[in-house]
Design a protein around this ligand. Sequence first.
Ligand code: AKG
Ligand code: FE2
Length: 314
Amino acid sequence: MTSGLKQEINSKGYAIVEGALDASALSDIVADYERLLDRLAPEWYAQGRISSAFEGLPFAERLTAVVSDSSEDLFQHFDITLPNDTVTPETPLHVSRATYEFLSNQALLDKVEEVIGGEILSNPIQHVRIKPPQDKVAGQPSTLLKETGWHQDRGVAREVADESEMLTVWIAITDATLENGCLKVVPYSHLGGLAVHCMLDHLRIPDELLAGEPRPLPIKAGDAIFMHSDTQHGSLPNVSSSIRWSFDLRYQPIGLPTGRDEFPSLIVRSRENPAQVGDYDSWRAAWLRTRDALAGVEERESTNRWDGTAIECA
Ligand SMILES: O=C(O)CCC(=O)C(=O)O
Ligand SMILES: [Fe+2]
C-alpha cells in the first residue's frame, strides 16, 4: 500500500509534515547550538577574530553579531558537513551527539519510512542554515547565511546518485515565514525531470527555465517539508529583524550512491538488519577521519554535473 505522504510527494513534488519534531527534540537541538555559540564566541574574541564576545545577547542576536563581525567564514563551525572545496586538518564541523540524535529522530524517521521504506541511510549532503537578516550578512562568504537560488537537489548532486531516491527533509527550527525567508517551490516541477543549472551568481536554474508558478511555503517551527529530488526550489531572502533557522537533511535507501561518497553516510534505520544502524562515536570518528583524508587533496571532484556550457546558460 502506498502511504498518503508518498503519494502527495509523488504527485505535487513536496508535502508539508506538521509536527515532524516535537517540542523536546526542538529544544534539544536549540540548546546544543546555544552551547556551541557560548563556547565559540569567547574563544574567537580571545583570539582577536571578533571585536567582542557579545556576552548576554540572546542566541539569535548573538549569532548575528558574531558572524557579521568578521569576514572569515565562521559559520562553517556550525555546519554539519565538510566543505566541498579546501579542507584542512583544522576545518571545523559540528558533529555533536545532539546533531546525531537529530538525524536519527525516531518520529521523523517514521515519516521518512512512509516514503522510502524501512532501510534508511542519512545522506551526508546536509546543512544547517541559520540566516541573519540579509542586510547584516551581505559581505559574508557563506551561502548558508543567504537566500538560496532556484535549483533541484538532484541537479546539485552528482549523476551517480540519480537513481538513489534521495528525499530532502527541510526542517524549520524557527517559524519560517514570508518575511524571514521560508522555502519556495515550483509545485509539480519534478514531473519535468532535470532542468539545466547555470553558473550565474551561483549554480542555479535561470528564472526563464522554471517549470511553473513558484509558491512560498511558510511553516511553523517543528514542521518539515519533504521534497522529491527533482522539485525546483529555493528560499526567500530574510527581510525580517531576526534569524531564520532550518536544517536540510537527505535520506535514501541503504546501499545506493549518495553523490557525496567521499563523506561518511549513516545508517539510521534498518528493519531487516537493525544491528547495522550506526552509533554516535563511529559516525563522529568517520567524519574526523574523512577530514584528515581530504586535507591532502588538492583537486576535489566536482559535486555536480554542470560545466556551464549549456546553450541555455549563454
Ligand atoms: O533553506 C534554504 O535556503 C535552501 C534549502 C535547500 O535548498 C534544500 O533544503 O535543499
Ligand atoms: Fe536544495
